[in-house]
Design a protein around this ligand. Sequence first.
Ligand code: DP6
Length: 345
Amino acid sequence: KVYRASTTAPVNIAVVKYWGKRDTKLNLPTNSSLSVTLSQADLRTLTTASCSAAFAHGDTLTLNGEPSDVAGPRTQACFRELRARRAALEAADPSLPKLSSMALSIVSENNFPTAAGLASSAAGFAAFVQAIANLYELPDSPSQLSIIARQGSGSACRSLFGGYVAWRAGDKQDGSDSMADLVAPASHWPNMRALILVASAAKKGVSSTAGMQQTVATSGLFQHRVASVPASMVAMEQAIKQRDFAVFAEVTMRESNSFHACCADTYPPIFYMNDVSRAAIRAVEAINAAAGKTVAAYTFDAGPNCVVYYLDEDAAAILGAFSAVLGGVTGWKYGSAGTVSSVKL
Ligand code: DP6
């Protein structure tokens, strides 16, 4: 008999950034962060977990049709934690099948090109953890599962939810209070949209994991950033609750700038943005100047691609301005939680 369960997990893009670990083994962050989840119609990972006493192999993982390594410490941590929870259920109820002692086969697929350089580890580890939790019929809440997903990839803990999600840094050494919670569902702000400008499909030069470690070790500016994040979290949560786009946008842009300033202050410096990225920033500034108020906000993760947040009522002005300005953009997508369309330039 083969036991099987499937799930999907969304991509999230942080508006208050996670950058820096206080514990690299447990993946505990130096600061809290907050993200907006993108629509699963456009960007999601679909994962199926199966197990069977008849599987002759050990645990296996297939990513987009290719066999992938399961030996890494992060993947192993997720397997171990999920198995331990299942084993506890089996110990409490001997009538349950002993799934915890069977080999697992995990098959995962993205509905977007991994080469596009969009956050895929977040959706990937979130779907991985949720699929196995479903297979094992674990009673754990999404916040509890986020503690496991966090050990796969920090940002993955925010993809266990849709909508607006906070990852609370916590201060316990064992990481038991470093987990995600829902700030507001996507339906709370239904006219929020995200435009993704693919400035380069090339794989990023410095991984987030390595980059943030170098920043923590060498940047003096980083300490100032860490001290300023709690105030940004408060302002951002309030802006979301009140649907105050101007404040949401300002905090989002300042946060992105602060993160990339710390990258530039890393020694040797790390540059994730390129000329197209900087052109996107200038385009957003021009759009806001022409509107006489803030109608668009940019943010960049550990790569050159730009995500622009805006409200649906301003779509015409924003999409028109970008198609006119950004000749170097290779492609774009726009949408929100709920309604997504893809547009080719
Ligand atoms: C810039 O979650 O990829 O996207 O925990 O080492 O796997 P690891 O790092 P990761 O870092 C994401 C960094 C970021 C900001 C963010 O998503 O908050």
